[in-house]
Design a protein around this ligand. Structure first.
Ligand code: SAH
Ligand code: SF4
Ligand code: F3S
Length: 468
């Protein structure tokens, strides 16, 4: 069983009460495990799956092999994410042979692709349940059917109503993930997300604010607002309310108890001055912007259907830095998009030198069935692509280290998240800009904002000392 906070203990004890009602002891209560792949949106969906399982009387476990119900919440964004899922689902065959009553479910973005759900159906006979993101809220009913020894497949498409009021079992405070919209309308030519997540739908502001308020009441200090492109929140095509994303941000900032507000992801083509003003003016909005450029070549950006040129992107970034000079900026870059030449790649290197990102998440292009880019012929060889990828890492790592060096000697306000993963004497937290800081301290600091003097910089993190 994993460590839980007092708030979660309360929630779990409610679960235990239900378990008791079913005349089961805590020891004999059934256990459920949810394994997550992919982005924050999927993490957030998994918190709902755990919430529903808890309500059904399951105790939440981290160990798939000894659980009665195991659900894999999958990601389809790149092939290596998919291969991992097939490997891990396959590995449970043995556990199921030992415990034939074990129920294995696979859900999430991968399942919304017909060729994948068909493969699971025909080749993975030990899988009892398959459902896509659109059927997430129906887990209780789906599970009931599986408990009666039916194999259940629910992968229909739907862009309909958003299901509200689903119970959520979150990770322990201080960070709460709050989705503000679902789906994507941008159809970048390499990307599977719009096909598996459907069209954009914004949640109602009142529902979002109620969730933020209840998180604050449960002791959460920071909210991360989630959407594939938060800048299109409240757009008339996906909402019948006339509230823009910057307006929503300002409303969220008014929540007592919430000290910090973050969001992702912001599409560069829709980054408005109104948003930049909100980040600059609202103290609670973290000074961090994830603004994925994907490529520095105008030709590749056009082939990707990104809707901006490199110059237009730099104009937006300059505007951000003019109004918020200390802001941390991060980006995503794809190396080896089919039409990318070595010259295009040089443009990408140029732009990352100009943009001076704090951090870049770089990915080798992965062909996704059904997307327009899958029909384009690759220009570079795998070897050239890998060589370019390594060069990008080298250039960016040096920039990241230099940017981190600038923090040495500064005092930063850190929201403490928990123990450092590598050294139990150290605690770990983040600056407003989202930089990870490790420093000596005790668990009593978790969920507190504390001043920390930065004494050392690494490429990926900072080391500090707690100030008196
Ligand atoms: N909606 C967000 C993030 C979507 S997925 C955005 O637009 O920024 C996160 C990142 O995965 C993308 O930014 C992109 O860099 C990468 N990605 C998406 N599809 C990919 C593919 N087919 N191959 C490699 N990387 C991909
Ligand atoms: Fe994919 Fe583009 Fe939508 Fe992001 S904006 S999810 S990269 S289609
Ligand atoms: Fe997220 Fe992967 Fe789906 S990135 S939206 S879990 S395809």
């Amino acid at each position: 069983m994993r460590e839980i906070t007092p708030q979660q203990a309360k929630y779990q004890s409610e679960c235990t009460a239900r378990v008791k009602k079913l005349n089961l002891s805590r020891e004999s209560a059934p256990r459920a495990c949810v394994v997550t792949y992919g982005c924050q949106q999927n993490e957030s969906d998994s918190e709902k799956l755990r919430g529903m399982l808890c309500e059904m009387g399951y105790l939440i476990s981290d160990d798939p092999k000894t659980s009665d119900v195991v659900i894999f919440n999958t990601c389809a964004v790149r092939e290596n994410a998919e291969l991992k899922v097939f490997g891990n689902v396959g590995a449970l065959k043995h556990a199921k042979r030992k415990n034939p009553d074990m129920i294995i479910g696979v859900c999430g973005c991968m399942m919304q692709q017909p060729h994948i759900s068909e493969t699971i159906k025909s080749k993975y006979n030990h899988v009892d349940i398959v459902f896509g993101p659109h059927a997430l809220y129906r887990l209780p009913e789906i599970l009931e059917r599986a408990l009666k020894k039916n194999r259940v497949f629910e992968v229909e498409n739907s862009d309909g109503e958003i299901a509200e009021g689903i119970p959520v079992l979150r990770e322990p405070p201080p960070l709460a993930k709050v989705p503000i919209m679902y789906g994507c309308n941008n159809f970048c030519t390499y990307c599977i997300v719009p096909y598996v997540r459907g069209r954009e739908r914004s949640r109602k502001a009142a529902d979002i604010l109620a969730e933020v308020r209840s998180s604050a009441e449960q002791g959460y200090k920071e909210v991360m607002l989630l959407g594939q492109n938060v800048n299109s929140f409240g757009n008339p095509v996906n909402s019948d309310e006339n509230i823009s994303f910057p307006q929503l941000l300002r409303m969220v900032c008014k929540t007592d108890g919430i000290e910090r507000v973050r969001f992702m992801t912001s599409h560069p083509k829709d980054l408005s001055d109104e948003l930049i003003y909100a980040i600059a003016e609202e103290d609670k909005i973290c000074k961090q912007l994830h603004l994925p450029i994907q490529s520095g070549s105008d030709k590749v950006l056009r082939d990707m259907n990104r809707g901006y040129t490199a110059e237009r992107y730099m104009e937006r970034l300059d505007r951000v830095r003019e109004l918020i000079p200390d802001i941390t900026v991060t980006s995503d870059i794809i190396v080896g998009f089919p039409t990318e030449t070595n010259e295009d790649f040089e443009d990408t290197l140029d732009i990352i030198r100009r943009a001076r990102y704090d951090m870049v998440f770089s990915f080798i292009y992965s062909k996704r069935v059904g997307t327009p880019a899958a029909k384009m012929n690759p220009f570079l060889t795998d070897e050239e692509i890998h060589r370019n990828f390594d060069r990008l890492l080298e250039v960016q790592n040096e920039i990241s280290k230099r940017k981190n060096d600038e923090y040495v000697g500064r005092v930063e306000e850190i929201l403490v998240e928990g123990e450092s993963k590598t050294n139990p004497e150290y605690m770990c937290g983040r600056t407003s800009g989202g930089k990870t800081v490790n420093f000596k301290g005790g668990v009593e600091l978790v969920s507190k904002l504390v001043p920390v003097k930065i004494i050392k910089a690494q490429t990926w993190s900072l080391t500090g000392e707690l100030c008196d």
